[in-house]
Design a protein around this ligand. Structure first.
Ligand SMILES: Cc1cc2nc3c(=O)[nH]c(=O)nc-3n(C[C@H](O)[C@H](O)[C@H](O)COP(=O)(O)OP(=O)(O)OC[C@H]3O[C@@H](n4cnc5c(N)ncnc54)[C@H](O)[C@@H]3O)c2cc1C
Length: 544
């Protein structure tokens, strides 16, 4: 599709063309892991390009349970190093992005027929606590049957033996988390091009020498010289290169996971719930943005990764399991506002049971056939910084630059916060409408102070165009002008965040698209086309 904008698109076109000058490393995929890799590598002084075929964070990183967690369930597999690594990263994230990542208390009910006995769960809790010895979150506590029923009266009392509470963390908007990592990488010097797809790899004498990329908005293609290529394409890793040209064994064995989004319901818990399904899988009921997120499923997936959506079986499974543990809920499909589905990037292993597939990340070095090409297999949302550090260490060694990882001691761009109260005061002092303060602080962190000043500069930017959300004209202008949003879906789904509201952002799509059109110089035909594309995009979320 033609991109008509003269100012921003010309700038983007120039940036695309200047990639011909070459890089130390080109990263494919702008999910949490590719972005974490770009951030680490740029901070070590490497010349970095990241290309993302869609928008920042538009892949699996948008469709998770939004938990920043140690992974209690990995203890069942005795994967202590993975749990310790995840708990360390959880603590780093709680401190580095306190506006986006916050403590969440979980309740685990113990039932007579659980696969794990109450004793095993107790031992698991103690181990989780010991492995997070450096945490700032609360410790676990155990409850008798009577106490847990007092605390959560909606719980099914049949065969209930007791329970416990423990803490993990939650990221409300993993989309904004991804954007902030991208911003951090850009500030460190990385070039990040969205709507740009990696389409081929050029290899001579077994060594990578360039990558071919295509601008999905203009159709233009260029060859970008580079020493290293990192395939960070999540569940797409096997689809990046043309098979007839680059032949590698299958690496991804991703499983599909669906979450349902609902309003509060009878018996809804005040804390999050973590419980065992009939088939001994972990299920969660999570308070999220004044609603509940329930799920998820875990099913081997083959199909179109870009349009994976919930099936009737998944609705039935999730609703049945929720009604089982919270019998007053009596949830049906009619209660579901929308559903979202993602495919976990997991290592492929023929014939393995889904629950047995490791959740650890692995870096594959393809030096035997394509020296200079690396692929990330797996990798959670929680551990993106560690993935970046691992790649940074490889790059430092390989390219002979003795620079240590810097991200561990850094914060994300909006995260330099002494206290949320002080941040809210700073936003308040800009004179912004009182009703916006809390949301801007939570959504943007310290960036919210700059954004509030921007909104207050012009009265027309203060106009509210989505009453329920409190969205202002200024926020849309900010997203398009400063936050690398080029499509309507980038703006609605991953910057201003109305795309996760009950109406999926449709209530304000007209004014939002008009602001985008003005700044991005879209004609009326293009504006209407963007609206259609967005409506098409959200079809996967609608309850069918
Ligand atoms: C149901 C579910 C629940 C989960 N819950 C949690 C959780 O609670 N906590 C947690 O820590 N983790 C969780 N995860 C895992 C986590 O979400 C993912 O592992 C993580 O987001 C993967 O990030 P990524 O960057 O590797 O991949 P992605 O986010 O998928 O990013 C890969 C990117 O590569 C791009 N791409 C693909 N091909 C190309 C190409 N040719 N050129 C350019 N770009 C390309 C894609 O568009 C995509 O944006 C969950 C996952 C699922 C599915």
């Amino acid at each position: 599709m033609e991109d008509n904008n003269l100012h921003l698109s010309l700038k983007r076109k120039n940036r695309f063309e200047s990639t011909k000058s070459g890089y130390d490393v080109v990263i494919v995929g702008g999910g949490v892991n590719g972005l974490g890799t770009a951030w680490d590598a740029a901070l070590r002084g490497f010349k970095v390009l990241l290309v993302e075929k869609g928008d920042i964070g538009s892949g699996t990183s948008s469709w998770s349970s939004r938990m920043i967690h140690g992974g209690l369930k990995y203890l069942e597999k005795y994967d202590v190093p993975l749990v310790r690594e995840s708990l360390k990263e959880r603590e780093w994230l709680v401190k580095s992005a306190p506006h986006l990542v916050r403590e969440l208390r979980f309740i685990i009910p113990f039932y007579k027929n659980n696969q794990n006995s109450a004793m095993i769960l107790r031992l698991g809790m103690i181990a989780y606590d010991i492995l997070s010895f450096d945490k700032s979150l609360k410790s676990f506590e155990f409850f008798s049957r009577k106490k847990i029923l007092e605390k959560e009266p909606g719980l099914n009392p049949k065969d209930l033996k007791g329970g416990c509470a423990y803490s993990d963390a939650q990221v409300d908007y993993s989309e904004r988390l991804c954007y902030e990592i991208a911003l951090a990488a850009k500030e460190a010097g990385a070039e990040i091009l969205t709507h740009v797809k990696a389409i081929d790899l050029n290899v001579s004498n077994g060594k990578v020498n360039s990558i071919k990329i295509k601008d999905e908005l203009s159709g233009e293609e260029v060859d970008v010289p580079t020493k290293i290529v990192i395939n960070d394409a999540g569940p797409w890793i096997d689809d990046v290169w043309p098979k007839e040209h680059i032949s590698l064994p299958r690496m991804n064995g991703g499983t599909k996971g669906t979450h349902l989004v609902l309003h509060s319901f009878p018996g809804a818990p005040s804390d999050a719930f973590y419980y065992e399904s009939d088939d001994a899988r972990p299920m969660m009921v999570i308070p999220w943005k004044d609603r509940y997120l329930i799920g998820s499923t875990d099913i081997p997936f083959v199909g179109d990764l870009d349009t994976a959506s919930a099936t009737q079986d998944e609705y039935d499974y999730i609703l049945y399991e929720t009604n089982k543990v919270l019998p007053e809920a009596k949830l049906t499909k009619k209660d579901v506002i929308y559903a979202y589905t993602g495919v976990r990037p997991l290592p492929y292993s023929e014939g393995s049971k889904v629950s047995d597939i490791t959740r650890r990340h692995k870096i594959v070095d393809h030096k035997d056939k394509y020296d200079g090409l690396y692929t990330l297999v797996g990798g959670k949302l929680t551990t993106f910084r560690q993935v970046g550090e691992d790649f940074g260490d490889i790059l430092s060694k390989r390219l002979g630059k003795n620079v240590k990882c810097k991200t561990r001691k850094m914060k994300l761009p909006g995260g330099n916060i002494t206290s949320m109260e002080e941040l809210r005061n700073q936003i308040k002092n800009t004179g912004i409408n009182e009703t916006l303060i809390r949301r801007l602080a939570d959504q943007y962190g310290t960036i919210g102070v700059k954004l509030s000043k921007f909104i207050m500069e012009k009265p027309e930017r203060q106009e509210v165009i989505d009453e329920a959300f409190g969205l202002t004209v200024g926020e849309v202008e900010w997203a398009v002008t400063f936050e690398e949003a080029y499509r309507l879906s980038d703006v609605i789904a991953r910057r201003i965040m109305t795309g996760l509201e009950d109406d999926l952002g449709l209530g304000s799509i007209e004014p939002v698209s008009k602001i985008c059109a003005k700044i991005l110089d879209w004609n009326e035909e293009r504006r209407l086309q963007e609206i259609e594309l967005y409506k098409n995009y959200i079809k996967r979320l609608e309850v069918k």
